[in-house]
Design a protein around this ligand. Structure first.
Ligand SMILES: [Zn+2]
Length: 192
C-alpha cells in the first residue's frame, strides 16, 4: 500500500487528538511495530483518520503543548521526513536494547559499538538544529507552529514547498497527561 504524504502540520487547538493502539503499520513511514491509530474526537470517523506512529503523529501536530520537549526542527533536505522517522525508530530501538539513555550527550564509553554509533548519529542529527536556525530562523517546533497558524490557507497549503529542507526530529519523548510514554512505543508493547 502506498504511504501517505507527511508534511509538518498543525491542527486547530480545539481539536482533541490522541493516539490509540490499533495494530498495523504506520501509513506515513511504514514503521511496522508501532500500530497506532490517530483519533480526532468530535469529528466524523472518516475525517483524516489514519494510522500513525508517534513520530509521524508529532510531525503533524506541532501544536502539541510539550512539542519543544518532544522534538526539534533540523535542516535535512537530503532525507525525507518518513525516512528520518524510520531512522529515528531504529536509533531509539538500538539505544533501548542496550539500555543507553535517549538523551545521552556523548558517545564516548558507550558499548557496544552499535549503541555508540546510534548515540553519535543522533547527536549529528540533533546538531542540524543549528542549520535550521540559520536557514529558517528557528529550530523551535512551537515557534513554527505559531507561524503555521498565522498563515493564510493558501500559504499553509504551500508549506511543503516553503519548508522543503525542514524536518522534525523526535527527541525520544512523547507526553501524555504530563507523563513521557515514548519508551512504551519501542516495540509497540503498550496497552491502551
Ligand atoms: Zn510513522
Amino acid at each position: 500500500m502506498p504511504l501517505l504524504p507527511l508534511i509538518v502540520s498543525v491542527v486547530s487547538r480545539n481539536d482533541r487528538v490522541a493516539l490509540r493502539q490499533n495494530g498495523g503499520s504506520c501509513q506515513f513511514c511504514g514503521y511496522e511495530s508501532a500500530g497506532w491509530q490517530e483519533h480526532r474526537f468530535g469529528r466524523t470517523e472518516s475525517d483524516h483518520e489514519a494510522r500513525a506512529c508517534a513520530l509521524c503523529h508529532l510531525t503533524q501536530h506541532l501544536e502539541r503543548p510539550e512539542i519543544n520537549r518532544e522534538a526539534v526542527l533540523i535542516w535535512l533536505p537530503q532525507m525525507s521526513q518518513p525516512a528520518l522517522n524510520r531512522v529515528s525508530w531504529r536509533l531509539y530501538s538500538i539505544l533501548a536494547e542496550h539500555g543507553v539513555g535517549f538523551d545521552r550527550r556523548r558517545a564516548d564509553g558507550v558499548r557496544p559499538d552499535e549503541a555508540a554509533g546510534a548515540v553519535a548519529l543522533r547527536l549529528e542529527l540533533k546538531g542540524l538544529a543549528g542549520v535550521a536556525e540559520r536557514e529558517l530562523g528557528t529550530s523551535s517546533p512551537a515557534e513554527l507552529s505559531e507561524a503555521l497558524f498565522s498563515m493564510s490557507p493558501d500559504t499553509y497549503a504551500q508549506r511543503g514547498k516553503r519548508l522543503a529542507g525542514v524536518r522534525l526530529l523526535g527527541l525520544g519523548q512523547f507526553y501524555e497527561d504530563g507523563r513521557d510514554i515514548f519508551p512504551e512505543f519501542i516495540g509497540g508493547g503498550r496497552a491502551c
